[in-house]
Ligand binder design. Structure first.
Ligand code: ANZ
Ligand code: ZN
Length: 822
């Protein structure tokens, strides 16, 4: 008998068998409850890392568990295959992106398959394949038709190194998220998707997602950044034009001592034209445009500005205040103009001090008066120096002032969001071409749906120039107008890859559809995703965009649900020596090596056992060894049982012995524990601990003299079934060894019996004056009082009590009671 199990043979055997039998293929079946389990699909970098292994192992346990619970489970996998790395590889190694991507997918698919994951591979999708991006383009056209895709000139984040535009979310600390180059501002015509049209709904429906981590919802809420305030109309003294400013602190309006415009504000040019301020202001604007939004609003950045020489009038008190241009006001937020209240805003305070502008106190703390202002008082308080509004609290004052402004037509109550429209244009080759054509006569014309997909050309010269490489491919660029048939040019921008990943979960419901992105019926059957699993690094962008798409597509009539992901699990990182595994740190443990050395089941078990899924996990070689030893223990348990069975060593006993009772109880306790751990919080680690205890219990039972064959086989089967979602190959192999002819992964998840849980009895030694007199068989959870009662009523004690008095009782819980008599 083999001492160690041959995982190499076993794992390969079952992977092939499962594939040949299409074990994980699913179809819509309205008579069954569905369950959609999805892990974030990977970018095909070519190499599976431990983060992937963790992500997919978690998802696989969930999918297998739900299948065994009787759900019709959709568990698909695909490739987020457009994006820069493929293009960079093409530039560096002269490999066409399509080939690079195809090769990497092939390699990674094999790696995934070696993990024994229960994917329905017939549903595999690749976002860079024409049969997928066909529908990405089609969806773009629907956004366009509904007024949710538009083009505008904008100052965009430009990475001079990647030669492309970056979304705000891709700028980290003023640098490109990918290459860390400092980001510049550049004016370009760009395509946007109008996510802001859904800002309020994206915020409101967060409350309908109790199955999302609180921290992710808070990040989304902050990103949407709703604020309620007032637009107040100041007037430019020189031109008489209105200057709306956005404020949330209109209770401070009597403290305004200056007005500030964003450098991009169109009024600036008018105000300075032909004045002595024209030259310095223009100079300043140029400087500011080199800064990113984050840098401009950061508390550390020095607030700088220039006076325009012009003045504005305060609509409430008619006061005349100077108009400045500064680096800290953003054109894209609110109205791009702000009223400066140095006494009550920190930025304004610093600014006023620096440029010697007036500081006027109009809010006072309730408790004390302030006579010297060493800093801004930014909290609410009582209004002073505020005309008729003096004496009101800030809160009441805000209400009254808002009403007053609205009544007089001097302003209006407004809600603002930090969320910006989503810039989707990329000046890159390896993305879905934006299906738009420019005709000299007709202007901008969307490509007809019948002409989709707009295919990416194969032969392309990669010379990053800031323009899309597609611009230099004549047969792509030059086309005819769908309206007039005249000569026309194609749009050469491609879409941000986040567009592709905003609807892939829908394509999985109907991946081969040639008529539509997906059928409404199929999407309605499978959606929404019951459990989504992935890294927290996608907490903002991907999840927000996918939610936006789902809502918009529901409004287009393409599906019913308005939220894509019912429950979200964000798994922790895999660390080595306390640090994230990375090539540069040289602390990477390769999944391929671990699987080659110990097998996929060991790798899966270790990674699921080492930490709860949401926490970071510290890699441990001993931990891997331990998991491997445990699986060998399970292996030997079953193999030894089979040997004993053949040798005729096991009998059917008519009634349960104490040991039988104990094993029976342990089995039910384990079912209960593992089920609860999987059902409630995916506490895989404690579920596995329970299974380890069960295995210990089984070994203990096997040491006993008398073994109940029926019970033993039941216990072994239960063990394999409960362990199957974690280590599918080993369990399937042993299941087969037990003579089963159908897959263990199609077995029903077992139920536990409530009565069985209580049956555990323990033996307590009864002493009288330190001498053993009897043994008491009692329930394990017996209380001290009950035990004392039992001891006193014990026959031996009662006999003695005729001559002697009970003086005291000494109880050692779970072990003994000593009755002291004299
Ligand atoms: C006057 C004021 C007085 C302000 C005061 C604050 C304190 P949230 O809550 O984020 O919406 N603001 C408005 N538009 C801006 C822009 N485009 N760039 C930079 N700052 C802008 O913040 C609203 C506040 O942010 C507004 O209220 C405005 O400053 C500033 F004691 O107006 B406040
Ligand atoms: Zn035309």
């Amino acid at each position: 008998m083999a001492e160690k199990y041959n995982f190499r043979e076993i794992e390969k055997k079952w992977q092939q068998k499962w594939a040949a039998e299409n074990l994980y293929r699913v179809r819509e079946d309205s008579s069954r409850k569905k369950y959609y389990c999805l892990e974030m699909f990977p970018y095909p970098s070519g190499n599976l890392h431990m983060g992937h292994v963790r992500n997919y192992a978690i998802g696989d346990v969930v999918a297998r568990f739900k299948t065994m619970q009787g759900y019709n489970v959709l568990h698909p996998m695909g490739w987020d295959a457009f994006g820069l790395p493929a293009e960079n590889a093409a530039i560096q190694n002269r490999i066409p992106p399509a080939k690079w991507t195809r090769d990497n997918i092939k390699a990674m698919r094999e790696q995934l398959k070696s993990m024994g994951l229960s994917y329905d591979w017939s549903r595999e999708v690749t976002t860079s394949a024409p049969d997928y991006y066909h529908w990405t383009q089609w969806l773009f056209l629907q956004f366009y038709k509904h007024g949710l895709a538009y083009k505008k000139e904008a100052y965009v984040n430009w990475c001079p190194d990647c030669h492309t535009v970056l979304a705000n979310e891709q700028v980290v600390n003023n640098a490109c998220e990918r290459c860390a180059t400092i980001v510049e501002k550049k004016a370009l015509e760009q395509w946007y998707l109008k996510i802001t049209a859904y800002a309020q709904e994206l915020l409101d429906s967060l409350t309908e997602l109790p199955g999302w981590p609180e921290k992710v919802k808070i990040m989304q809420e902050n990103w949407i950044g709703r604020s309620e305030g007032v637009e107040i109309y100041f007037t430019a003294e020189k031109t008489g034009e209105q200057i709306p400013v956005y404020t949330t602190r209109h209770d401070t309006i009597f403290g305004v001592t200056y007005l500030v415009l964003a450098p991009e504000h169109p009024l600036v040019k008018k105000l300075i034209k032909g004045t002595s301020a024209e030259q310095p202001v223009s100079q300043f604007i140029k400087q500011v445009q080199q800064m990113s939004e984050i840098e401009r609003t950061s508390a550390e950045t020095e607030k700088k500005g220039v006076f325009t020489g012009a003045y504005a009038l305060n609509p409430l008190n008619g006061e005349r205040v100077p108009i400045w241009v500064t680096n800290y006001v953003l054109y894209e937020y609110g109205t791009g103009a702000v009223m400066g209240v140095p006494a009550h805003d920190e930025r304004d305070f610093m600014f006023a001090q620096k440029y010697d502008l007036a500081i006027k106190t109009v809010i006072q703390p309730v408790e004390q008066t302030i006579d010297f202002m060493g800093e801004a008082y930014t909290l609410d308080g009582i209004m002073i120096n505020s005309g008729d509004f003096s004496g009101l609290s800030s809160e009441v004052g805000r209400k009254k002032i808002a009403e007053y402004l609205e009544q007089k037509g001097l302003g209006k109550i407004t809600v603002n969001y930090r969320l910006r429209d989503w810039l989707i244009s990329r000046q890159r080759y390896w993305g879905a071409p934006i299906p738009v054509i420019y005709c000299e006569k007709c202007g901008m014309v969307p490509v007809s749906e019948e002409d989709l997909p707009v295919l990416l050309p194969g032969e392309v010269e990669f010379q990053p120039s800031g323009e899309s490489p597609l611009r230099y491919v004549a047969e792509f660029l030059e086309t005819t107008c769908p309206q007039c048939g005249g000569q026309a040019l194609r749009e050469t921008d491609t879409m941000d890859t986040f567009v592709c990943s905003s609807w892939y979960f829908l394509r999985f419901t109907d991946p081969q559809n040639r008529e539509k992105p997906f059928s409404r019926e199929k999407a309605n059957y499978w959606m929404n995703v019951d459990q989504y699993i992935g890294g927290v690094e996608h907490a903002i962008m991907h999840l927000m965009y996918a939610r936006f798409f789902t809502k918009a597509l529901a409004d287009f009539g393409l599906l019913k649900v308005r939220e894509p992901f019912q429950n979200l699990l964000t798994q922790g990182m895999v660390l080595k020596d306390g640090q994230k595994m990375s090539k540069s740190k040289g602390n990477v443990v390769s999944p391929e090596e671990i699987i080659a050395r110990y097998g996929a089941d060991t790798a899966r078990l270790f990674i699921l056992f080492a930490a709860p899924p949401e926490r970071d996990l510290e890699w441990s070689d001993q931990g891997v060894e331990g998991s491997y030893r445990f699986l060998n223990r399970v292996w030997r348990l079953v193999k030894n049982y089979l040997a004993d069975l053949t040798a005729g060593k096991l009998n059917v006993s008519p009634e349960f012995s104490e040991e039988d009772e104990e094993l029976y109880r342990l089995m039910h306790v384990t079912i209960k524990k593992v089920s609860a751990d999987l059902e409630e919080r995916f506490n895989f680690n404690t579920a596995i601990s329970a299974l380890m205890e069960f295995v210990n219990g089984l070994y203990h039972y096997r040491e006993g003299v008398r073994q109940n064959k029926d019970l033993l086989i039941k216990a072994l089967e239960t063990l394999l079934i409960l362990l199957a979602p974690f280590t599918p190959h080993l369990c399937e192999e042993l299941w087969e060894a037990l003579g089963k002819e159908t897959s263990i992964h199609l077995e029903d998840w077992p139920d536990y019996q409530e009565e069985a849980l209580q049956t555990k009895k323990i033996e307590i030694v009864l002493q009288i004056n330190g001498k053993v007199r009897d043994h008491l068989l009692v329930p394990a959870e017996i209380s001290r009082e009950e035990l004392e009662k039992l001891a006193i009523n014990n026959q031996r004690v009662q006999e003695r009590a005729e001559q002697a008095e009970i003086k005291r009782l000494i109880v050692v819980p779970g072990k003994l009671v000593n009755v002291v008599m004299g």
